[in-house]
Ligand binder design. Structure first.
Ligand code: NDP
Ligand SMILES: O=CCS(=O)(=O)O
Length: 253
């Protein structure tokens, strides 16, 4: 039975991915910080497949190394790692942002992703043919926008780290993909605005954002491609989102 380790399984893409992989009979290792949500997901899915939940903050390098380094044999070898835990904070312009918010994004989206990858690599390499590392990047890692500052930069790191991992893993059979979604309706904007439900609702109102299930379907597709195929980067947007013109600073009329 193949197994998948999903970080940030308590919400959004991670939760939908857990449900999608369970439907296909994969064993699940699910992580996140919110224990009650992990328990609820375990209750929901453990009737279908073996589920192991780990309450884990990806920023805590020692805890990540210990937890992933001591996974039960029944969940090994690992077939797929989904590095999904992440967040954006502070949609304000860079010059108005609290430094701590920048640190939190770097610690989670970069250091956390690196912590988990380092711990999981030996487990993926145990039976590497067809194994995958699926990293959640973002369109923000490729395209700049106001208020993107450190969030976009952290996702640019995810892209380049994914590509560089591919170089080192060449010959092992382990695939690596930077999956880069655009606007998707999850708790992402609620977190970004520190709990402003009205702002979150306003962003998604009157349009058709991607849904968590859309991304879960892409993750499942990537993990189950024939083992000789590696999609390096998959950028995906709602048909109702696109780029805009360059902004220009003009003198007053
Ligand atoms: N929604 C969007 O528009 C897009 C999102 N993304 C990326 O997709 C990923 C998932 O986002 P999405 O599902 O939308 O957002 P959600 O806010 O719905 O989910 C984020 C998940 O990350 C977990 N998480 C956050 N910080 C930590 C931490 N320090 N340690 C462990 N887990 C953590 C949360 O769990 P808990 O709080 O329980 O720890 C939660 O399960 C992120 O990396 C995001 O940057 C990329 C492109 C578009
Ligand atoms: O990564 C999230 C999508 S966006 O907010 O940067 O468009």
């Amino acid at each position: 039975m193949p197994s998948v380790l999903i970080t940030g399984a308590t919400s959004g893409f991670g939760k939908a991915a857990a449900q999608r992989f369970a439907k296909a009979g994969w064993s699940l290792i699910l992580t996140g910080r919110r224990v009650e949500r992990l328990k609820a997901l375990e209750e929901e899915l453990s009737e279908q497949v073996p589920v192991l939940t780990l309450a884990l903050d990806v920023r805590d390098s020692d805890a990540v190394t210990d937890a992933i380094g001591s996974l039960p044999e029944s969940f090994l070898p690992l077939t797929c790692l989904i590095n999904n835990a992440g967040l954006a904070l502070a949609p304000e312009p860079a010059q108005k942002v609290a430094l701590q918010d920048w640190h939190t994004m770097i610690d989670t989206n970069i250091t956390g992703l690196v912590n988990v990858t380092h711990a999981a690599l030996p487990l993926l390499l145990k039976n590497s043919e067809g194994a995958s590392i699926l990293n959640l990047g973002s369109v923000a890692g490729q395209w700049p926008y106001p208020g993107g500052h450190v969030y976009g930069a952290s996702k640019a790191f995810v892209q380049q780290f994914s590509y560089n991992l591919r170089c080192d893993l060449l010959g092992t059979g382990v695939r690596v993909t930077d999956l880069a979604p655009g606007m998707a309706e999850t708790e992402f904007t609620l977190v970004r605005t520190k709990g402003n439900q009205a702002a979150s609702d306003a962003l998604y109102k009157g349009t058709t954002p991607l849904q968590a299930e859309d991304i879960a379907e892409q993750l499942y597709y990537l993990a189950t491609l024939p083992p000789h195929i590696n999609i390096n980067r998959l950028e995906i947007m709602s048909v109702r989102q696109a780029w805009s013109a360059f902004a220009i600073d003009r003198d007053p009329a």
